[in-house]
Ligand binder design. Structure first.
Ligand SMILES: Cc1cc2nc3c(=O)[nH]c(=O)nc-3n(C[C@H](O)[C@H](O)[C@H](O)COP(=O)(O)O)c2cc1C
Length: 159
């Protein structure tokens, strides 16, 4: 898909088809995170792909755990104390856009039970969960959302 189309098409999907996502597509999406830029090339992130019964145990909202795949995104903040969240966001959004490009839906989810997810997935104490996304074929087409205009956020020459 043309890049501007991918960016336009990306939306938060909160209803998924149960149709499975092929492993090579999941890998393609993960690969787009692997090549993301990061401060000092430190790559402080980890991604856990969950496809089995543990999805329910993560206690996400029902619409999320019904997706065929959940990707849990984490960082090791000790690797990049000031920038791990920025690096994470870039890599995670790469995945979101890569998924859109191949017709798959995602939704950034930041509100979750960190301790529950850590326990279920055996995530070590020093690792921070930042966000998760369901991954699957969309079963909804969200209505367009009103966004701020460019004039509300862009400043030329001075603030
Ligand atoms: C960092 C981040 C965290 C988010 N957390 C949640 C969340 O916990 N639950 C949820 O339903 N949506 C969450 N969203 C999705 C936003 O609500 C959504 O991106 C925004 O409303 C714009 O809609 P769109 O993605 O369809 O364009 C999150 C988005 C971002 C970027």
């Amino acid at each position: 898909m043309e890049f501007t189309k991918v960016v336009e098409k990306r939306r938060s999907i909160r209803q998924y088809n149960s149709y499975p996502v092929a492993d090579d597509l999941i890998e393609k999406i993960l690969e787009s995170a692997r090549v993301a830029p990061s401060v000092g090339h430190r790559q402080p992130y980890h991604f856990i792909v969950v496809k089995d019964d543990k999805k329910k145990a993560l206690r996400l909202r029902e619409w999320a755990s019904e997706a065929p795949v959940i990707i849990v995104g984490c960082t090791d903040s000790s690797v990049s104390p000031s920038w791990h969240l920025v690096d994470f966001a870039i890599a995670f959004e790469h995945m979101v856009l890569a998924a859109t490009n191949i017709g798959l839906g995602t939704c950034w989810i930041g509100r979750l039970e960190h301790e529950t997810v850590k326990k279920v997935l055996n995530i070590p104490d020093n690792i921070t969960i930042v966000a998760v996304t369901p991954l699957g074929y969309p079963a909804e087409k969200p209505k367009p959302k009103v966004r701020k205009t460019l004039s509300e956020m862009v400043h030329y020459e001075r603030f």
